[in-house]
Ligand binder design. Sequence first.
Ligand SMILES: Nc1ncnc2c1ncn2[C@@H]1O[C@H](COP(=O)(O)OP(=O)(O)OP(=O)(O)O)[C@@H](O)[C@H]1O
Ligand SMILES: [Mg+2]
Length: 269
Amino acid sequence: MVTEATDTVAATRSRIQIQGAAKSFSGRTVVDIDDLTLGEYPVEGLIGPNGAGKTTLMRMIMHSTKLDRGTVTLVRPDGDDRGDVVLSELPTYAMAGLGVVKTNQVIMDFEKLTMWDSMLLSVAKPKQELPFKIFAEAPLFAEHEEEMRHYLDFFSLTDPADQAGSAGEKKLLDIVRCLLLKPSFLLLDEPTAGLPDDLTEKVMEAIRLLAASGTSVVVVEHDLNVIWNLSDQVHFMAEGSVILQGTPEEIRRHETVVEKYLGEGHVGG
Ligand SMILES: Nc1ncnc2c1ncn2[C@@H]1O[C@H](COP(=O)(O)OP(=O)(O)OP(=O)(O)O)[C@@H](O)[C@H]1O
Ligand SMILES: [Mg+2]
């Protein structure tokens, strides 16, 4: 039965529950979510027009923006006795330790860091975190060298002794930095924006592999081909709220709603 299969999937993964959560800027509400659970399916898409509140919602989950009200809770998989954690009571820096990790829509460029150092910085323990010390961290490098080389090769990042130059390289490096953290819950904010088709395919492949290994992945993307191809479930956000939820097929059936918010020609994909 479909329901049973869904239950099994849900119980084996980390989920994030958002309850009564709102955020406004200068008196204007940009996110107002009554009750939303993310991560019940391996890969979930979060779509909606510019300004719908997608990035703000992700920042609320990471508690890198303060909630006006409500809670965000990490719900552990069945059989994981570490207990649920109210993320909205914790500082952002605690998230990675809990397995909750996010990429950035706007790439944070670590000026003057090579790709090696940027990757090492992501896996460094707090006491090792000063960039100048990273150069000296041979054991840290040795511990992560194989997986770093794996991802460099996977995404064709050929010159890791150099800085990430193009916007695409920065984007991929940001994704690699997140993958190295072995997240149980990964939020990706427009991971394929600006990437050529071959690298978009690679990012999609990486997401599928990660999800197959048990990570819950939530992808925000304007490229709906990526969303329709990748997602098991889609949440459609508009004006701060989730107004539609369903499989890609179900969402695409709401042609008038999708076209109202995203413009014509988006549904067919
Ligand atoms: N720090 C801020 N200060 C003031 N307004 C903000 C701030 N961050 C976001 N907003 C506003 O909140 C609304 C939602 O923005 P958000 O970035 O969450 O949208 P989005 O769905 O991610 O859009 P896009 O698809 O363009 O990335 C927008 O109107 C935006 O201008
Ligand atoms: Mg955004």
